[in-house]
Design a protein around this ligand. Structure first.
Ligand code: DOR
Length: 380
């Protein structure tokens, strides 16, 4: 087949190191099939799914279920991150060796408040021995009991807040533990100014740290909650302009390694009142238009965008990306100027929770190719 790519951009397909596919257990929100469809429509051919499923991905059996189910669906590679502790209860470490053998590429308790420093240190040492890395949603439970950022919106609405300190304290802890143990930590969805500065400091000391940012934290401030309500509720929460500026600096000076979507589907009924709503937003289909907005605003160039969405996350996982003669193609072809609306017709997720619902987005995937096969064609 001859593919006419005139006027389009071709690059290595994207890799998302942080998605929630809700399978097994909460498949009314998403499942491996619908999640894979969103991924390839967004230009991703490899995603790492978090273990906060039911049951948790804390055993070889559940890890194998995820991998096999994704193979049956046959669109996108889904690599599980195994739970660090049994049932994500923070009590007893899981059998890392068995999880690795079953195909887990990383370990995380995914923000479970129960993971204490002693266990984290032990986990980093063990992970290092096995050549795995640890991921963490850094927010200290004691400081993160509230619902939205500590700031003007929390005061205005009288809603309990979770302060940036909740994030900064755990980012600092995990950086220190990684520095001392030499175990690799990947810090998820940075959102606060100080956390970027802490990571910059420890990277300069050559600690084995990587980190990601969620596109929503780059474009939306806390006041988005006043417009989008619970669809703008996420953990860590949307913050302030000065945090956004620090994140953009971190992207420019390479403190931040990856863009990851933290695709977190929730049903409509779970997105009611701000206080009780589940946190999270869907993001696999909107990552490219949001990343392209960074390019349009002159913050990064296209090459850096591809590093953030493809090359760096691939390196972290040790999967191949890049264009090599003779290799099976993992590519995405996209039109940077095509406008489209995220709505019932275009959305492939089972959920609709995003402040971008109904909005016009610029930049659309035309085709995604995985291992030499077309796994997505726009409109098909
Ligand atoms: O808001 C969030 N929701 N942040 C996370 O990191 C987890 C996610 C979820 O699982 O819904």
């Amino acid at each position: 087949e001859i593919i006419d790519g005139r006027g389009l951009i071709l690059c290595p397909s994207f890799v998302d190191v942080h998605v929630h596919l809700r399978d097994p257990g909460q498949t009314y929100k998403e499942d491996i099939e619908s999640g894979s469809k969103c991924a390839v429509a967004g230009g991703f051919t490899t995603v790492v799914c978090m273990p906060n499923t039911q049951p948790a991905i804390d055993s070889p059996e559940v890890a194998q279920y995820v991998i096999q189910r994704a193979r049956e669906v046959g669109l996108c590679e889904v690599l599980p991150a195994g739970a660090l502790t049994k049932g994500r209860q923070g009590k007893e470490l899981t059998d890392f060796f068995a999880l690795k053998n079953a195909g887990c590429v990383a370990l995380t308790d995914d923000g479970s408040p129960l993971m204490d420093s002693r266990l984290m240190e032990k986990a980093l040492r063990l992970a290092r021995q096995l050549g795995l890395f640890v991921m963490n949603h850094c927010e200290d439970d004691g400081l993160a009991r509230g619902h939205i950022n500590e700031g003007y919106v929390s005061s205005l609405l009288g809603i309990a807040h979770r302060s940036p300190s909740a994030e900064d304290v755990l980012v600092a802890r995990d950086c220190i533990l990684s520095y001392h143990t030499k175990g690799r930590i990947h810090i998820q969805h940075l959102s606060s100014k100080l956390s970027v500065e802490i990571i910059r400091f420890f990277k300069e000391k050559s600690a084995p740290i990587s980190c990601e940012v969620n596109p929503y934290h780059l474009f939306f401030e806390e006041d988005e909650l006043l417009k989008s309500g619970a669809n703008a509720k996420v953990n860590p929460p949307l913050r302030r302009e000065e945090d956004i500026q620090a994140l953009l600096e971190g992207i420019k000076d390479r403190t931040i390694d990856c863009i990851a979507t933290d695709h977190a589907p929730h049903a409509k009924k779970e997105k009611g009142l701000l206080e009780s709503a589940m946190p999270g937003m869907i993001g696999l289909q909107t990552a490219l238009p949001m990343a392209l907005e960074l390019v349009r605003r002159g913050i990064i160039d296209l090459k850096r965008m591809v590093e953030l969405l493809s090359i760096n996350p691939a390196k972290l996982l040790g999967v191949e990306r890049g264009i090599k003669v003779g290799a099976l193609a993992n590519l995405v072809l996209f039109n940077p100027d095509q406008e489209w609306v995220l709505n019932e017709e275009t959305n492939l997720s089972k959920s609709q929770n995003t402040p971008l619902w109904g909005k016009t987005l610029k930049g659309r995937v035309v085709m995604t190719i995985k291992d030499g096969k077309i796994v997505y064609k726009s409109g098909a």
